[in-house]
Design a protein around this ligand. Structure first.
Ligand SMILES: [Zn+2]
Length: 66
């Protein structure tokens, strides 16, 4: 998980899926960007341009369901 609680993690996921601006929960220094900016393959994966943390929403969802 990237946040401190399941509720926060769900909120984070929802924002990513609806493509709202999300401040990196790890470093708080930048907004997350698409991991595959040029390919436009999917908007499931995000990356923080400041700290390099990668956010994979599919994996985050799986973690929540475990
Ligand atoms: Zn960051």
């Amino acid at each position: 998980m990237y946040t401190n609680s399941i509720e926060e993690e769900k909120k984070l996921l929802k924002r990513l899926w609806t493509e709202q601006p999300v401040q990196c929960p790890r470093c708080g220094k930048a907004q997350l960007e698409f991991l595959h900016k040029k390919a436009k393959k999917s908007n499931c994966d995000w990356k923080c341009p400041a700290c390099g943390e990668v956010y994979r929403t599919i994996r985050m969802l799986k973690e929540l369901q475990e």
